[in-house]
Design a protein around this ligand. Structure first.
Ligand SMILES: [Zn+2]
Length: 277
């Protein structure tokens, strides 16, 4: 490890002064002793939630703990709402695993813990904050986006639109216009208006879904486009929607099924004729 390299394994900052070169790494909630290869101060959370088992939850494999400083999911715009949005998509029983430091989202959990939680909000925050790609989540009436061809930054007024801004380095559609790019330094970007609520019409009755359902949908959709290169929706050669293959939008709908209905939205009667883009 070079002298200028600030982080030990898993992206945690080293604390050499206290424990000697390479022996101890600190993070906000726990400490890990590389000499023993396991946690030595057991966080109370591990007793509070039965899916968090002390010592065994890391599978004795420190390599599973990646980037716990969470430098790849940044929030911006109206920070109060953005912070509220981040927490709103996660079941309250896991809120203690999420921290926001310097506008970065930190998920203090291993992949195993996230999978065991079966919580789609915790999962997307974990996936984004541990991704090699950089993501930006903003709450604003305007979106700053880049023109793909010229890299010129333009401000888009979202107040006239009923849908959020969702841009990625990958094209929006399999065929057709490539669309805009995120801000410099980010591969994925979602901007949601401060008062945005998705609605759903079932049997002629319009239901207002919780704001969190829009947030989680857009984040998963953006992740699938950015990380996996999925098109927003799949198209046939004639440009019509291909209902036989699914794109990022459909994956986002699938992914939240089984999540807390107060968070991912109730879908009375039929599924997902949501006016959400
Ligand atoms: Zn969508």
């Amino acid at each position: 490890m070079s002298a200028g390299y600030r982080y030990g394994f898993g992206g945690q900052e080293q604390d050499n002064e206290l424990y000697g070169q390479g022996n101890s790494y600190t993070a906000e909630f726990w400490q890990y002793d590389t000499r023993l290869g396991r946690r030595w101060n057991v966080d109370p959370l591990f007793f509070k939630y039965n899916f968090l088992s002390p010592y065994s939850s890391f599978g004795n494999n420190p390599l599973n703990i990646v980037d716990s400083q969470g430098d790849t999911l940044t929030i911006g715009g109206n920070l109060n709402i953005a912070i509220s949005d981040v927490f709103s998509i996660v079941d309250p029983m896991y809120h203690a695993l999420i921290k926001i430091t310097d506008n970065k989202v930190v998920v203090m959990a291993t992949r195993e813990m996230v999978e065991e939680s079966n919580d789609p909000g915790l999962k997307i925050l974990y996936d984004m904050s541990n991704s090699p790609n950089n993501y930006l989540y903003r709450v604003s009436w305007t979106s700053f986006e880049r023109i793909r061809e010229t890299n010129e930054i333009i401000e888009i007024d979202l107040s006239n639109f009923n849908y959020p801004s969702n841009v990625s380095i990958t094209p929006r559609l399999e065929k057709g216009p490539a669309g805009m790019l995120p801000m410099e330094g980010f591969e994925g970007q979602v901007t949601i208006q401060p008062n945005r609520n998705a609605t759903e019409v079932v049997d002629g009755v319009e239901y207002i879904k919780p704001r969190s359902s829009t947030v989680i949908h857009e984040l998963i959709e953006n992740f699938e486009r950015t990380e996996n290169g999925e098109p927003y929706i799949c198209q046939q050669p004639n440009g019509k929607r291909d209902m036989n293959s699914i794109g990022a939008h459909d994956i986002a709908i699938e992914r939240v099924k089984g999540g807390n209905p107060d968070i991912v939205g109730k879908t009375p009667g039929v599924s997902n004729s949501v006016t959400n883009q």
